[in-house]
Design a protein around this ligand. Sequence first.
Ligand code: FAD
Length: 400
Amino acid sequence: MTPTQPPLRIDAGRCTACGLCLASCPVQALALPSSGAVQVSAACIACGACLDSCPEQALSLPPGPAAARPSAPPDCWIWGQHQDGRWHPVVAELIALAATLFPPQAITVLAAGAPHQATVLAGDLGGLPLARLLWVEHPDLHPHRDGAVAEALTAVLSTQRPAILLAGATDRGRALMPRLAALLATGLTADCTALTLDPASGELLQTRPAFGGNILATIRTAQARPQMATVRSALFPAPSPRPGAPAPAVQRISAASAADPVRLLERRALAASAGAIAETSIVVAGGRGLGSAAAFDRLRILARRLGGAVAASRSAVEAGWADETMQVGQTGRSIHPRLYIAIGISGAVQHLAGIAGAHCVVAINHDPLAPIIQRADHVLIGDGQTLVEAWLERLPEVGQ
Ligand code: FAD
């Protein structure tokens, strides 16, 4: 008996074996042999989902009655932020969040980097609810070169147009996602604190604080695709990968180039707390009321013992007690820790703008009428330095 001929035709003369079509096939009917053109198996359902993915137009379906084209099942892609061979924690958080909306087979992590990094990183996703890691690779694709990464990812996103693309609202997510949104001519909702699906339309409902945190706005992307959002980190619990659990399938796509007008000259690590305040769940912040640089140093110890990071008001930064990367507020960082402890901070409106997303605020101040008291969930009236010392006495050094 002759096996049934798959309906999809592949023009071997045109196929460059780039592999772009593989990821577009909803039934995994396409395969890339070690040499030669892409091959199609009898699993092909002639849905046509792969046709537009081929830059060389090497794929075609025979003319005739329109093939059954099931509407593409909704899928959710997550930008996989990684550095030094490790995923950023927000990647696991976003996978967990996506798994509340979609089945694992609809969830893809999309990441870019050098070819040798993919296997190890895929292993670190073992046991998490996702179908595959789509790895866009080039030997010179450095994750910090946003221009090159954006071009490489856009080449894939523009052919496959997933329904949703999420990224962490980290510094790098905030740099990359606007580029992608512009290149893909779609919208972007930044700094979301909640995501749900509209039960009627299936559209992504993207909720974020607006107007200094006074209202929660829910935004939808009605027409353009993908629906893109950045989501604040540390809002959703991250599932731990299970060591030894099977890694998701890795699909590799070669990036055409890693050219970027920006040259990376050098990388320097920030001071330990800088950058951390946006991503940690406990932040201890000091203001002018602390009185001195020495008192601010004691605050750093307290933050460390609590397992958090130290932040500052603008006055404390201007006094030289903290560097500007630690400033919280309108002209500093917006943070959303589970616990924010403000010591000797008055709570000016510009400062409060940066903690609109904080879950629980504790204010330590000697003035019961300070504005921060109105924002606080718990208040301690007294001298800041004295309270910090009393706290340090009772809180042993980590590891003791
Ligand atoms: P202060 O306002 O001087 O308050 C000190 C507090 O410490 C007081 O409440 C006092 O009661 C208390 N205190 C004093 N002694 C003690 C003690 N011994 N024990 C306990 N408590 C004590 N500010 C920011 O923080 N972030 C920003 O991003 C920011 N952006 C700004 C942008 C613009 C355009 C402008 C105009 C201002 C901005 N500011 C910002 C500045 C802001 O308006 C305030 O001046 C600043 O936040 C005040 O810092 P502070 O609370 O440490 O100091």
